[in-house]
Design a protein. Structure first.
Length: 285
């Protein structure tokens, strides 16, 4: 083989193996194994090696849960006005709006799930960890109020780091406001399904997320109020390794059912129909 031909073969093999031409891979933060990005996406962002359920955007959650073209968003343009003029807060919100395409960390609306009409609340941890400020609290409250007026159930996918410190006491007030709206919805005899995803913590856990008629959770998600370090420092005791996991809380009776992502849509549909929210004649798939 001529030296020129050898050089061409070596160059071709080298170029064929360049990172730009390889398929992207996902490295699981739990088991550290890698999987092809396309396969990871096909599995709805669930690691095939350890069953790690990665965090979803609100749009991804809606896409795999609600019936196609059935979702009608509530209060789409509502956004924070920086009530305390907290340093850097307004700019941070603007940056996140540009990156995520959201106005805040929660999307609410009306849809069908396999034909059963429901009000849907989806929190998105990609927007300031879906912390609950005045906008998130108001959107969630309005969603429950509309569900009460229309006699509809509510399904809420929670995922939050807690209250939004940049809004101070206004953020903490949302705990009471959302809880009050849930209470009125319950008094009307309507169903509320709370689905806790990773992570559901702080004031969200201490308010509407824990008030569901049934509390569901994805596998291994973190659920709690204060962090492990804060609690251990307060009680001066070592906590169990699986403390604040969905499985630990199911064992203690706080979580009713752990549902894998691939089964979530059918499980929600089953529970809605079980409680009398039948498939609409003209809606659903």
């Amino acid at each position: 083989m001529a030296l020129e031909d050898l050089f061409k073969n070596v160059t071709k093999r080298f170029n064929d193996d360049t990172p730009e031409e390889r398929e992207p891979v996902f490295k699981c933060p739990r088991c550290q194994q890698t999987v092809q990005e396309s396969k990871f996406q096909e599995q709805n962002k669930v690691c095939p090696n350890c069953n790690y359920h990665a965090r979803l955007t609100a749009s991804e959650r809606l896409r795999m849960t609600v019936d196609r073209d059935s979702f009608v968003e509530y209060d789409a343009d509502m956004e924070s006005v920086d009530p305390l003029e907290f340093p850097g807060y307004a700019q941070k919100v603007e940056n996140l709006k540009a990156v995520t395409g959201l106005h805040d960390g929660v999307i609410t609306g009306e849809c069908t799930v396999k034909g059963s009409r429901t009000v849907m609340i989806v929190m998105d941890s990609h927007f300031m960890m879906a912390s609950m400020g005045s906008v998130a609290g108001e959107k969630i409250t309005r969603a429950f109020e509309r569900a009460t007026e229309k006699g509809l159930p509510v399904v809420a996918f929670t995922a939050s780091g807690g209250a939004r410190m940049q809004e101070g006491i206004l953020s903490l007030m949302q705990m009471a406001k959302t809880s009050g709206a849930v209470a009125k919805h319950s008094e009307a005899g309507l169903l509320y399904l709370s689905v806790m995803t990773d992570p559901t913590t702080g004031g969200v856990t201490a308010s509407f997320a824990s008030l569901g008629d049934m509390i569901l959770a994805e596998p291994k998600v973190v659920i709690g109020f204060a962090g492990r370090r804060v609690i251990e420092g307060t009680i001066k005791q070592r906590l169990p390794d699986d403390f604040q996991s969905a499985e630990f809380l199911q064992e203690k009776g706080f979580v009713d059912l752990i549902v894998e992502r691939r089964n979530m849509r059918s499980t929600l549909s089953h529970l809605l129909k079980l409680h009398g929210y039948e498939k609409e004649e003209t809606g659903g798939v």
